[in-house]
Design a protein. Structure first.
Length: 176
């Protein structure tokens, strides 16, 4: 098990701190999206970051688990989500957040428990990461996350336009 460093990227395992420069990708499903009058997705609702009943952590996918350029890593993370057991519809958006920014906002809350973002591979997603000690309910925090940290969205068309690669595991993903 690995804790993902705070600089790494996520889209919405070895015990190693996750770099703060890395990214996370998560999916903004239909209930977690804001739409305009033409039914176009224009953002993420704060509710997208609420834990479901009996959910112990918020799930995401670690982009830097994959080798390649940043946009290739992002495409691989999106494909990992699409190929997982999650139902990802045509209107789903992929929200990208920076670990450092996620931690800064969450850890700054009153009485907050320091969150741990840990690489926890799942059978259907080797790049899966768990955001543990996630607040169960904090509408203000979730609004800030939606407006700032996880505001970079990719719809299916934009995701498909990203360059592809073999999506091999990087040395970071191997814990090196």
């Amino acid at each position: 098990m690995a804790i993902i460093p705070t600089g790494w990227n996520f889209i919405r395992h070895l015990w190693k701190a996750m770099d703060r420069r890395h990214h996370s990708v998560t999916t903004a499903m239909h209930l977690g999206q804001n739409f305009d009058e033409d039914d176009n997705v224009v953002g993420v609702r704060p509710q997208a970051f609420e834990l479901r009943p009996d959910e112990p952590y918020l799930s995401s996918t670690w982009c830097e688990y994959f080798s390649g350029a940043k946009d290739q890593q992002l495409r691989c993370a999106i494909e990992a989500i699409r190929n997982s057991n999650l139902k990802v519809g045509g209107k789903a958006q992929f929200a990208v957040g920076l670990v450092r920014e996620i931690r800064q906002l969450v850890d700054a809350r009153p009485n907050a428990k320091k969150i741990r973002i840990i690489h926890e591979p799942e059978e259907d997603n080797e790049a899966h990461a768990a955001m543990r000690h996630w607040p169960e309910s904090d509408v203000e925090l979730f609004g800030l996350l939606a407006q700032s940290v996880w505001s970079m969205l990719y719809n299916s068309e934009a995701a498909d336009a990203l360059p592809t690669s073999e999506c091999a595991c990087s040395e970071r993903g191997q814990g090196k």
